[in-house]
Design a protein around this ligand. Sequence first.
Ligand code: RFL
Ligand code: PHB
Length: 394
Amino acid sequence: MRTQVAIIGAGPSGLLLGQLLHKAGIDAVIIERQSGDYVLGRIRAGVLEQVTIDLLDEAGVGQRMHQEGMVHGGFDMLFKGERHRIDLNGLTGGKNVMVYGQTEVTRDLMDARQAAGLTTIYEAGNVSVHGFDTKKPRVRYEKDGQAHEIECDFIAGCDGFHGVCRASVPESAITEYEKVYPFGWLGVLADTPPVHHELIYVNSTRGFALCSQRSATRSRYYLQVPLTDKVEAWSDDAFWNELRLRLDAGGREHLVTGPAIEKSVAPLRSFVAEPMRFGRMFLAGDAAHIVPPTGAKGLNLAASDVKYLSSALIEFYAEKSEAGIDTYSERCLRRVWRAERFSWWFTSLMHNFPENGPIGQKLQDAELDYLVHSEAGARSVAENYVGLPLDFGS
Ligand code: RFL
Ligand code: PHB
């Protein structure tokens, strides 16, 4: 088989890239290790920035998001038992975020791909990438016991943190920066009305908590837990009890509990691989970088990588220019490091770090108190949370 762009991974990065290339008349095949249902079963991100919303519109898949997504103009920060609202809209000159689950974004992209009759190879085994340092890269995989090879002009590594693309780059050609946090997030999805109409980020002496949502009848909650905690050890009751202890009186009063329809523990990590281009292979999304989820930036960064990559490839085919391809890595990494900084900072501010001792908590309290009482402080949080513009600083 031959295609112009072989995309590895059918997560949001790969699917969005496939859609944008298709709109531009560029042929692409997606090769995914898992089944479509498995990909849809992963409960992850919930908050979309304006840049991501615009991109989904550009890809022609924004219709359901605008109907069912919830526009949020602010969120609450709860510390020392009191809530303070960050007025995203007021502090950023009218910008908001959209609460719309990654599962739904993925479903919309999958539906559009299917409607356009585009090829996605699911349940591909032993995927491997070859010759990306030449003009004739190839992708090999196995399906139903048969070996296959795809010839292409470019490979897009959209295969997430544990993917094969980054792992295929010689060690001497790549630099990796990593910080692993000493705790994880225990997440619960439940068909109960959210505790509040906006998100609540909680710094409590018992640890961080987040009250998020997917709709007026579906809630998503997270608790900071030790990395050693196994999800099976957390009963639904234990989860709700612990969440209650981290909330304020108003939160406890409005919390509606119910059976968890999904429960999982996610580790927290900051990670960047540099560069993001290796000859004719590009990394995009979680394949190249991971942020701790506190800043809600992972999916949004994946979307901005894909914006830069699709523009570069469109320019290559339309104008025979390699300018976009040559600057892809640099453009992405500038934005990536800004989001890494914000996500690390917000994580450090909101979580419990017992190793920092009582002074650590006091310093956090002082910083939180400063942020919510200083317009400059609150504006900085808001500006980063809604997402910096694609051309920020240039
Ligand atoms: P994905 O979603 O991991 O998709 C990669 C795909 O590649 C496939 N794959 C392979 N395919 C073929 N061959 C191989 N060898 C392969 N190896 C892997 C995988 O099966 C998979 O289908 O990466 P992508 O597309 O770059 O998307 C990134 C986002 O999924 C991620 O950044 C976000 O979910 C992060 N994130 C959040 N981001 C936000 O912007 N806002 C949020 O509110 C937010 N909340 C979160 C999050 C991530 C979380 N977890 C679980 C880490 C909350 C959580 C709890
Ligand atoms: C979510 O709803 O899953 C979510 C929301 C905000 C975050 C992280 C996750 O910062």
